[in-house]
Design a protein around this ligand. Structure first.
Ligand code: HEM
Length: 398
């Protein structure tokens, strides 16, 4: 990688979406963050914002850093995403976001807490009974897929398409890399299934899917808008939570003192989750397009340029978090940017927190200790910080 500064701008020719930069991006991101507030990434022609204060300010300023021209890197992906909640600005954005806002608000979520707890208990009991399992394939992938698909009201048949499809969809926010090319079949089959599910006869009554179809019937969104809405919520609710849960179990197996602290004080479940989100930032970043010339830390970004808001880099900015690479049980970083910020701040963060706190509660009821039973394997998704395998053995609670 070469880093250069001149009077006009700082530049880097690093490809953030391949090789070592995907496996372990943080040393490179530290250099880029120190180089300048805004760095021109010349391989793919976008600006990178990596400092906490700048990323947060840009996310708050949707008028200047617009989502309406797309939040993915490539024109093809932005065309596919057009008309979704993610890729719109107010006021259109607010209409789309309102469709499921009651279901995802605290009152709506409180109605599903009991079911989520029972589902967590059933899954954890079965896995603990086995003694060893893969925390990615057997736990982290199964639980959010089951919870979100039930909430939407999707049939059981076909759900196996959801996690591979969401993984590929997230990767497609970045460049058209080999990772995306190898997963095109998953992506297409997932999108086709989402399209087919936008039909009342396929959906279980009372779920989010039915609420989306009500919005079609009363003219708030189009039939195509329904497919975009269903895909946006399904995709956003999969790989994100899957990877946060995988990272948590890995942490408990690698740092047993964290699990012991949680056993001694279960109220730490929330703070532990927030700190893992800060450290891992499952969604590493999304793009915006500038609507005017804008200055960021002394660099002028011209109107019409793509700018990546790097949540992962911002969450490890030493200007904001002391010792940012260290897991700190007591940091409780509620201001982290792993859920984004501003009008597009994660619509499902209440649900994600509920899923994880209920799952941790269930693990606390059933597991005395976790140990690694093999090698942790990383999945090289260029956008989602991902694990492919976390084999563990568990000692059940006596
Ligand atoms: C740990 C889990 C999660 C993480 C880390 C996460 C992360 C994010 C981030 C970073 C954004 C901001 C995108 C942007 O600014 O362009 C976002 C938006 C969004 N998330 Fe999440 N998410 C998680 C779970 C969920 C869940 C469970 C759902 C719903 C089932 C969900 C639904 C959404 C939706 C619909 C948006 C778009 C909101 C908008 O554009 O107004 N997310 N999420």
């Amino acid at each position: 990688m070469s880093l250069t500064t001149n009077e006009q701008r700082a530049e880097s020719d690093l490809d953030l979406f391949s090789g070592d930069a995907v496996t372990d991006p943080y040393a490179a991101l530290d250099d880029l963050r120190d180089l300048s507030a805004a760095v021109r990434m010349t391989q793919q022609d976008f600006w990178l914002l990596s400092r906490y204060a700048d990323v947060r300010a840009a996310a708050a300023d949707w008028q200047t850093f617009s989502s309406a021209q797309g939040v993915a890197l490539t024109a093809q992906s932005n065309q596919n995403l057009k008309g979704s909640v993610l890729t719109s600005d107010p006021p259109e954005h607010d209409v789309l976001r309102a469709v499921l806002s009651e279901k995802l608000a605290p009152r709506g979520l409180s109605k599903v807490r009991g079911k989520i707890r029972a589902d967590a208990d059933a899954l954890v009991e079965a896995l603990v009974g086995r003694g060893s399992f893969d925390a990615v394939d057997d736990l982290a992938t199964v639980f959010p897929v089951h919870v979100v698909a039930d909430l939407v009201g999707l049939p059981v048949e076909g759900r196996e398409k959801l996690h591979p499809g969401a993984d590929a969809s997230f990767a497609a926010f970045g460049p058209f890399s080999p990772y995306v090319q190898e997963r095109m079949a998953d992506l297409v089959s997932y999108q086709q299934w989402m399209g087919a599910m936008c039909d009342r006869s396929k959906l279980v009554p009372g779920g989010w899917g039915e609420v989306i179809m009500d919005a079609v019937d009363d003219g708030r969104i189009s039939q195509l808008g329904a497919v975009k809405a269903l895909s946006a919520y399904m995709t956003a609710g999969m790989d994100t939570t899957v990877n946060a849960i995988s990272a948590l179990v890995r942490l408990f197996a690698e740092q047993p003192e964290v699990w012991s602290a949680l056993q001694a004080d279960p109220a730490l479940a929330g703070p532990v989750f927030e700190e893992v989100l800060r450290l891992e930032s499952p969604v590493q970043g999304f793009w915006r397009v500038t609507t005017r010339d804008v200055e960021v830390g002394g660099t002028t970004i011209p109107a019409g340029d793509q700018v990546m808001l790097h949540w992962g880099a911002a969450n490890r900015d030493p200007r904001h978090y002391p010792d940012p690479a260290v897991f700190d049980l007591h940091r409780n970083p509620l201001d982290h940017l792993a859920f984004g910020y501003g009008v597009h701040g994660c619509a499902g963060q209440g649900l994600a927190r509920m899923e994880v706190v209920e799952l941790l509660g269930s693990l606390l009821r059933h597991v005395e200790r976790f140990s690694l039973a093999g090698e942790v394997v990383r999945r090289d998704n260029p956008i989602v910080r991902s694990l492919a395998a976390v084999p563990v053995t568990v000692e059940p609670k006596g």
